[in-house]
Design a protein around this ligand. Structure first.
Ligand SMILES: [Zn+2]
Ligand SMILES: [Zn+2]
Length: 542
């Protein structure tokens, strides 16, 4: 029995009106609200839409300073942005021009750096989703690169997180709409232009059988905000929403209206939401005023290579182990390395990147190498999300996290908490280790920190001056003359390939090592291959 039917039975049993419209206090009937919203913007007349203009993309998870920045750092602008959405075929095409820069190629707005993601090389970028498959082209004639299943699902979700998409999704089987109401004061709170709070209806539905999505609908029957939660290895169930303003809805004929200006948040929009230090981060937006209704090009067929790649095993869990020195191993095989260091009574690991699957595979490999000692410490270089997606995995196995003190607030509140995660629950959320260490989860570093068993020493220091991100640590093994660092220098991605150097981050690493008088012979970078220090010096002094 569906919910509506159940409510009807409830109403009859309780002797309420026979209309079936009597709902528990706090709820309203979603169906008239949805019908009025559809009529207001002509959803029933629209099969597909093409929108174009200029937009921006934020680099989610790549903040430089934490807690002070309202926006995620912007990548290069998205020029000649165009998106075609076809709800009948379940397809979406996005194209734009973006000057090659420090953008990950395989992710459209620069969200994080996924496994094996190279840097964008070409101007023309295209992203396609067709059902459960998604892929990307870096350059007009480039080979299509398959998106990971989770990304494909997210792009498919994007097709439905706009006013027409939402209203169409609400009519699909399994949408199960429910509605409530509330008064809203608006963007600026007490000091805003809205004197009288406006009464809004909020309708929630299920999309793709998984995501609970809600839309805020105003008294003019226009959708102002569409909100949902998406899974994220760092933040768990993460706020994801698009916002549209009334006056940006353009009339494009045949009773159809579409918003021409919108923006979206990944993370909380409300900067005063104290529950999270990761707040108020605009991640995508633009002025997309060239709107065409019902000009639907044939959906792009899924390339065979994309189908085959999607069926292949996850690259994230491939671990290639290299012994670098006695009791020191590089655990590579993917886009981000980890390094295991054996001490007399325990093992310390540098870096827990990407996600839980990656780190479980790395931990398994370490346990094979050193079966009789616990992994006691995890040293985290910095707070970028692609470098901390496995911190929770190390907490799960009982390791203490060594990190810079500037990361402590963010990690405690947003990352290493015991809150339930519903969309893609990890080990820590399923089996919270509430009494595992009674609060001893961290060692925070200010300037210098030493791990030693009097035979082996690992020196951890806070890199100065600030480059790449605040709270950046490096680790150094003085006896082995090995330096372990992330993102201050990336080793060549291919064996014997050229490394690129000369950036402010390279210079920061160099001057930090000089100032501390470290006698480095070998760099183990978290990205790329082991590089002799002399080669690095040659590159930056060239
Ligand atoms: Zn980084
Ligand atoms: Zn990195």
């Amino acid at each position: 029995m569906n919910r509506r039917c159940w409510l009807y039975v409830f109403a009859v049993l309780c002797g309420s009106s026979a209309s079936g419209q009597s709902l528990p206090p706090g709820f309203v009937d979603p169906y008239p609200v949805l019908a009025a919203a559809r009529a207001a913007i002509g959803t029933d007349q629209l099969q597909c839409v093409s929108i174009a203009g200029s937009a921006y993309g934020g680099k989610v998870g790549q903040q430089r300073l934490h807690g002070y920045e309202v926006d995620w750092p912007r990548g290069e602008p998205l020029q000649n942005y165009r998106r075609v959405m076809n709800w009948q075929t379940g397809t979406m095409l996005e194209q734009f021009e973006r000057t090659p820069g420090n953008n990950p190629a395989s992710w459209k707005y620069g969200l994080g750096w996924k496994g094996g993601t190279p840097v964008q090389q070409e101007l023309q970028q295209a992203f396609m989703v067709n059902g459960a498959y998604a892929w990307h082209r870096d350059g007009e004639n480039a080979v299509p690169v398959a998106a990971a299943a989770a990304d494909a699902e997210r792009w498919q979700l994007d097709l439905w997180i706009n006013p027409h998409g939402f209203l169409k999704a609400a009519m699909l089987p399994g949408a199960n709409p429910r509605a409530t109401w509330r008064w809203e004061l608006g963007e600026m709170g007490r000091d805003g232009a809205t004197v009288n709070p406006e009464k809004m209806t909020v309708v929630s539905i299920y999309v793709l059988g998984k995501f609970r999505v809600d839309a805020t609908i105003n008294s003019q029957n226009l959708l102002q905000r569409i909100h949902t939660w998406v899974p994220d290895p760092v933040l768990g169930d993460t706020n994801y929403e698009h916002e549209f303003t009334n006056d940006s809805y353009l009339d494009i004929g045949d009773g159809i209206r579409f918003p021409s200006v919108w923006h979206s948040h990944t993370g909380w929009d409300d900067n005063y939401q104290a529950q999270s230090t990761n707040a108020g981060h605009n991640a995508f937006g633009g002025s997309l005023a060239e709107i065409q209704a019902n000009v639907c090009p044939d959906p792009v067929a899924v390339p065979t290579a994309v189908i085959e790649a999607s069926a292949a095993t996850q690259a994230d869990t491939v671990v290639a182990t290299t012994a670098v020195a006695d009791g020191v191993w590089l655990l590579g095989g993917g886009s981000h390395n980890s390094v295991a260091i054996e001490f007399a009574n325990y093992v310390a690991v540098v870096e827990a990147p990407l996600n839980e699957a990656r780190n479980l595979a790395v931990i398994e490999a370490i346990v094979q190498l050193v079966p009789d000692k616990p992994i006691r410490f995890l040293i985290n270089t910095h707070q970028h999300h692609d470098h901390i997606g496995g911190l929770r995995t190390y907490m799960h196995i009982g390791a203490t996290i060594i990190t810079h003190w500037k990361n402590y607030d963010f990690y405690t509140r947003d990352v290493l908490n015991y809150a339930q995660r519903t969309l893609d629950p990890d080990m820590l959320s399923l089996w919270p280790p509430t009494e595992l260490a009674e609060g001893y989860q961290y060692e925070t570093v200010r300037e210098n920190y030493v791990l030693t068993d009097n035979q082996r020493t690992l020196e951890i220091s806070y890199v100065h001056p600030l480059a790449h991100v605040e709270g950046m640590l490096i680790a150094y093994l003085p006896a082995e003359k090995i330096l372990i660092e992330a993102d201050l220098f990336d080793g060549p991605l291919v064996e014997a390939g050229p490394a690129v150097a000369g950036s402010p981050a390279n210079n920061s690493l160099y001057s930090h090592v000089q100032r501390l008088g470290l006698d480095v012979e070998t760099i183990i970078p978290i990205h790329g291959h082991i590089t002799p220090w002399s080669e690095f010096v040659g590159l930056i002094t060239r």
